[in-house]
Design a protein around this ligand. Structure first.
Ligand SMILES: Nc1nc2c(ncn2[C@@H]2O[C@H](COP(=O)(O)OP(=O)(O)O)[C@@H](O)[C@H]2O)c(=O)[nH]1
Ligand SMILES: [Mg+2]
Length: 364
């Protein structure tokens, strides 16, 4: 990249919005892409987004050394002014690229986020709207007998994509686009944040600046959309655990993950994404599953030495009643060995989406 282009990029950063369903791989891709860009001498920042606070993703991105912002308490579309003010705050670091990850149950982003941001073309450069798809999730949610609420959200996310990326290519190397007929008409790539396959090529495509970003405006019934999101329970928990003798992060995260998985299944609550993050003076560990009974994906310092105090975050998105989900998780908090301190537990269903602004692409 020439010096001239680099200066222009710094004065007018790229905004790269990476959408997709819960667990699709958005945070993982953003971290992998930022690493690649930083190796090329570009500065990156990231904005995470959630209906609540206490985010595992923010801890993970913050630990990567990037400048990180957060829009909490609602999705980008309902907190558009916050998104813009977080973007402006991050500009003090002169980032060339600002990644933004919307809430995984959110849709109509093209009209409610790209539309308004497109009007700020003198301040930002908007990359096309990439929507990530976990092939395993697609196989479940595109079936005839799929959960109607989750299926609705998933389909709407696909419909408004400028570009679809099938993620986790290391796990699902053989998924054919023709296996997923709903995606067949959309420009599609395949990548893996874990191995790096396809990540550079994706960046090269979206940072070309040759296509209109957010060009498909959804036809969407907001009553149906609100109902679909409200079928989810959204739990964010943070606490500190003091134990003597000292334990490793793995000794906290592994058993808690297994117990919650079993207990939620026993009550008929389906996990959509469960993330547990534990950090101590000797390191951090994150484990996550995207479906009941799944083998956890683990990141961090598995061999970190034991510590007497750990800070723990639990982010759970599940299909079911928030009161029941909260009571199940709270019960397991009481079962932990050691002293549990500074508990913050919040569980709710997302409120009906009420975008600050909605600007269809045709009117941009
Ligand atoms: N094997 C594999 N796992 C991945 C990949 N990308 C993400 N994951 C895992 O999938 C889960 C969800 O990823 P995450 O980035 O948190 O998804 P998000 O909810 O869309 O931000 C995590 O456990 C990740 O470790 C990938 O390319 N390969
Ligand atoms: Mg994420």
């Amino acid at each position: 990249m020439s010096d001239g282009t680099s200066r222009e990029a710094q004065s007018r950063p790229w905004i790269v919005i990476v959408g997709g369903f819960l667990g699709a791989g958005k945070t993982s891709l953003i971290l992998a892409a930022a690493r690649l860009l930083e190796q090329r001498g570009l500065r990156c920042a990231a904005i995470l987004n959630d209906q609540g606070t206490e985010l595992v993703d923010t801890r993970l991105a913050g630990g990567s050394g990037m400048a990180v912002g957060e829009v909490a308490g609602g999705c980008f579309c309902c907190r558009l002014s916050s998104l813009v003010s977080v973007i402006e705050d991050l500009r003090q670091w002169s980032p060339d690229v600002i990644f933004a990850e919307p809430v995984g149950s959110c849709t109509d982003i093209s009209a409610t986020v790209f539309g308004p941001l497109r009007e700020e073309f003198d301040r930002y450069r908007l990359a096309p709207f990439t929507v990530l798809v976990d092939p395993a999730r697609a196989a479940t949610l595109l079936r005839e007998d799929a959960d109607p609420d989750l299926g609705f959200l998933f389909q709407k996310q696909l419909e408004e994509a400028d570009l679809v990326c099938l993620t986790k290519a290391d796990l699902y190397p053989d998924t054919q686009i023709s296996d997923l007929p709903e995606i067949a008409g959309v420009h599609t790539r395949r990548l893996s944040a874990t191995t790096g396959q396809g990540v550079q090529q994706w960046l090269d495509e979206i940072l070309l600046g040759t296509v209109v970003a957010g060009r498909t405006t959804l036809d969407i019934d907001y009553g149906r959309y609100a109902q679909a999101e409200a079928s989810l329970a959204w739990l964010n928990l943070s606490f500190a655990l003091e134990s003597a003798p000292a334990v490793s992060s793995a000794m906290i995260v592994g058993p808690l993950m297994d117990r919650l998985d079993l207990a939620l299944a026993a009550e008929g609550i389906e996990i959509v994404h469960l993330k547990i993050f534990a950090s101590s003076a000797s390191g951090w560990l994150k484990a996550a599953i995207c479906a009941p009974g799944q083998e956890p994906q683990v990141e961090g310092n598995l061999d970190a030495s034991p510590a007497g105090r750990h800070e723990v975050l639990v982010n759970l998105r599940a299909k079911g009643d928030p009161a029941l989900v909260q009571s199940i998780v709270a019960a397991h908090l009481n079962d932990l060995e050691g002293t549990v301190l500074d508990v913050r537990l919040d569980c709710f269903s997302p409120a009906p989406p009420t975008p600050e602004r909605r600007i269809p692409a045709a009117h941009a």
